[in-house]
Design a protein around this ligand. Structure first.
Ligand SMILES: NS(=O)(=O)c1ccc2c(c1)[C@H]1CCC[C@H]1[C@@H](c1ccc(O)cc1Cl)N2
Ligand SMILES: [Zn+2]
Length: 247
C-alpha cells in the first residue's frame, strides 16, 4: 500500500478501500461506538495483563498520519488471546473540535510468528489495546512527557529519542475491557487484529488537546497542514461479537 493515503477528501477513509488489492469491505475497526448492552460478558476472559520494560523505549516519530512511539519489550499476555504478544509501537488518533476525543492504540504482535510483518498478515497476528481519552482536565503526568517531545516532531518525518518511557503509565486504573476481532484502522487495513478496548477512559486538558492538533501532517517546507481528525469513522459491527471481561 503506497503511503498516498491520508485523511483528506482526496485520500481519506472513503477512498481507502478502493485502493486495497481485494477492494472489498473490510470488517475494520473501530466499530460504531461499543454499546455495552451489545456486548456479552465472557467469564472465560482473563484480566488484561500488560507488562513493559521502559529501558527498551526507542524513539518517537511523526509518520505523517499520527506520531508513534517504538518500544521493544515483552508485552501483552492475556485472554482473549493466548500466547505472548510483543509491543511494537503505540500511537494516537484524535478528532473533533468542541467535543474532542482521542484514542491511544498499543499495537502488539504475536511472537509465535518470526516478525511483526509476518504476524500482521495472520488472523491471530496482532492485538491492539485501545484506550479512549476525553478532553476534560489533565490527569496523567506521564502523558505530558509524550507531549513535551512535540516541538521536535512537529512535521512529517521528524523524530527524536524517547528513552525510559513505560506505556503502562498511560493506562486507566481499571483494565476491564471489551474485545472483538477486527482490522487495522488505517491502510493496509489488515484483518489481523484482536481488539481489546478498555472500558475506563483517561482525560487530557484542552491545552493538551491543542498540542496534538498543532502537530502537522505536512513535512518541513510544505504548506502546513495541522494533524487533526486522523481517524477512521466508526464502522458497522456487521454481526461481529463483542465480548466483555466485566459484568
Ligand atoms: N490504528 S491501528 O492500530 O489499527 C494501525 C493501523 C495501521 C498500521 C498500524 C496500526 C501500525 C502498527 C505497526 C505498523 C503500522 C502500520 C503498518 C505499516 C506498514 C505495513 O506494511 C504494515 C503495517 Cl501494519 N500500519
Ligand atoms: Zn491506531
Amino acid at each position: 500500500m503506497s503511503h498516498a493515503w491520508g485523511y483528506s477528501a482526496e485520500n481519506g477513509p472513503e477512498k481507502w478501500v478502493t485502493k486495497l488489492p481485494h477492494r472489498r469491505w473490510v470488517p475494520a475497526s473501530p466499530p460504531s461506538t461499543i454499546v455495552p448492552a451489545d456486548a456479552s460478558y465472557d467469564a472465560g476472559l482473563k484480566p488484561l495483563c500488560l507488562k513493559y520494560d521502559a529501558k527498551d523505549c526507542i524513539d518517537i516519530l511523526n509518520n505523517g498520519h499520527s506520531f508513534q512511539v517504538t518500544i521493544l519489550t515483552e508485552g501483552l499476555q492475556t485472554d482473549p488471546i493466548s500466547g505472548v504478544y510483543r509491543l511494537k509501537q503505540f500511537h494516537f488518533h484524535w478528532g473533533g473540535a468542541e467535543r474532542s476525543w482521542l484514542r491511544l492504540h498499543l499495537v502488539h504482535w504475536n511472537t509465535k510468528y518470526p516478525s511483526f510483518g509476518e504476524a500482521a498478515s495472520k488472523s491471530d497476528g496482532l492485538a491492539v489495546v485501545g484506550v479512549f481519552l476525553k478532553v476534560n482536565r489533565a490527569e496523567n503526568a506521564q502523558l505530558q512527557k509524550v507531549l513535551d517531545t512535540f516541538d521536535a516532531i512537529k512535521t512529517k518525518g521528524t523524530q527524536t529519542t524517547f528513552p525510559g518511557f513505560d506505556p503502562t503509565t498511560l493506562l486507566p486504573g481499571c483494565l476491564d475491557y471489551w474485545t472483538y476481532d477486527g482490522s487495522l484502522t488505517t491502510p493496509p487495513l489488515l484483518e489481523s487484529v484482536t481488539w481489546i478496548v478498555c472500558k475506563e477512559t483517561i482525560s487530557v486538558s484542552p491545552a493538551q488537546m491543542a498540542s496534538f492538533r498543532a502537530l502537522q501532517f505536512s513535512g518541513a517546507g510544505e504548506a502546513a497542514c495541522c494533524m487533526v481528525d486522523n481517524y477512521r469513522p466508526p464502522q458497522p459491527l456487521k454481526g461481529r461479537a463483542v465480548k466483555a471481561s466485566f459484568q
